[in-house]
Design a protein around this ligand. Structure first.
Ligand code: SR1
Ligand code: MG
Length: 420
């Protein structure tokens, strides 16, 4: 896991030599390295990402930089995150087969992963901004979140194996620290790297003056930092999903850690809600109404599919130490109320995470293109205000058992409001 001193960030030229020396990758690409097309396409916050086009195939080469790309070398970041990304991808491929890109090669010393080039997939966030829909999205997302949550927990895993895995991922310290600060803490005070759209000051003062909200955000941080229920993707937003018009894959799990069962589904729903609230900034009223309706149907569908798949796994794969059949079915007791209770806690966490994620993407360091691409702050601010106020409602109402079923209605209500 510790990188050697010969780490070098790749350039388009040095990549040819580095990747050309990996026999099976070079063979997959086909022609000679000097004839490959090489493009750096990374538009994320942290890493270098190259597309390498050979005569027979294309691959992605992703390399961690020793600092946060978004900020520069004033914010160092350990290269070991590539190791955790590789470990997480391997586990996700087993827990939900076909959901993540295939890995062709991993070089821990160069913090470099060579993987499947997904084509003609594009980032879901861009599709939502462009007003494009994806068939089967909700089912895919519900299945992915339920399967990775359930199969990475002690509802399913052998306890010793799960605890050994928790120990491995406990080494990923620097990356969770980003989430702990940027997601859970910075939105609620004037942190140095924060920025926000002009016009939002009144709404922000309301949020930062809301002690009950800050207590709930800190309770969620406490759970995030200490609850190791399952291996979470850790950054499951619409920029971590690549889609065609009918297929979806999950990428970029370098923020993986053990955390709450509801973390990924909560972050995902938050990002779908941000896509929803930002739509009026991207298209005319009729097209906007259609797209917003579709996004809410994806949220509802994802929630329902998640619950169905989780319950299915509960009845078919509950092989771990938690809620064992010996305590329920073997004694003639239905375990459905136990599953209901687990889901109730899971959704309370998910709704809390969702609200906090909706806050941080408008107030903290790393904003979403959904809102950022709306050039005129006078159009952007009222849309972000709706998003911020709905985030508050989700956090404060997270223990209401009917809240997940009311997401669409709450979003529609906020979409009609002017909070400025
Ligand atoms: C400094 S990293 C900022 C954000 O980018 C990543 O994609 C995560 O979402 C992180 O919070
Ligand atoms: Mg990412």
């Amino acid at each position: 896991m510790t990188a050697r001193n010969d780490y070098e960030p790749l350039s388009e030229d040095s990549l040819r030599a580095r990747i050309g020396a990996i026999a099976d990758v070079a063979k997959r690409l086909g022609n000679a390295p000097e004839d490959w097309g090489v493009r750096e396409v990374g538009d994320g916050n942290l890493n270098l990402v190259f597309i390498v086009d050979g005569a027979d195939a294309s691959v992605i080469v992703k390399q961690a930089l020793p600092y946060v790309r978004l900020v520069g070398d004033s914010w160092p970041l350990p290269l070991y995150r590539a190791y955790f990304e590789h470990e997480a991808l391997s586990r996700q491929a087993v827990r939900d087969p076909g959901s993540v890109p295939e890995i062709y090669h991993f070089d821990p010393d160069q913090a470099l992963i060579v993987m499947e080039f997904l084509s003609p997939h594009t980032i879901l966030r861009q599709k939502l901004i462009r007003g494009e829909t994806v068939a089967g999205l909700a089912d895919f997302l519900g299945d992915f979140c339920a399967r990775t949550a359930f199969r990475g927990s002690e509802l399913s895993m052998d306890s010793g194996a799960k605890k050994a895995d928790v120990a491995i991922f406990a080494g990923n310290v620097a990356i969770p620290a980003i989430t702990e600060a940027l997601v859970f803490t910075d939105p609620y005070f004037a942190a140095e790297m924060n920025h926000h759209t002009p016009g939002l000051d009144g709404v922000i003062a309301r949020l930062r003056g809301d002690v009950a909200l800050k207590i709930e955000a800190q309770r969620m941080l406490q759970a995030f930092a200490s609850n190791t229920e399952t291996m979470v993707h850790g950054d499951l937003h619409s920029g971590s999903l690549m889609c065609t018009d009918a297929e979806t894959k999950v990428i970029d799990p370098e923020f993986a850690q053990y955390g709450p069962l509801g973390f990924d589904i909560g972050m995902l729903i938050a990002n779908l809600l941000m896509a929803y609230f930002s739509q009026p900034g991207h298209r005319d009223e009729t097209a906007c109404a259609d797209m917003q309706g579709w996004i809410l149907s994806v949220i509802d569908g994802t929630r329902d599919r998640f619950n169905t798949e989780f319950r299915h796994l509960w009845s078919s794969e509950r092989t771990g130490m938690l809620y064992p059949a010996t305590l329920f079915e073997d004694q003639g007791h239905d375990s459905t109320p136990a599953c209901d209770r687990v889901l109730k806690d899971l959704w309370a966490d998910a709704m809390g995470i969702a609200g906090i994620e909706m806050h941080r993407r408008c107030l903290s360091l790393a904003h979403n293109a959904d809102f950022e691409d709306i050039e005129d702050p006078a159009i952007r601010a009222p849309l972000e205000a709706r998003n911020l106020m709905m985030g508050r409602e989700l956090v404060l109402s997270r223990f209401d058992t009917d809240l997940p079923g009311r997401i669409g209605a709450i979003a529609r209500r906020h979409n009609e409001e002017n909070f400025l």
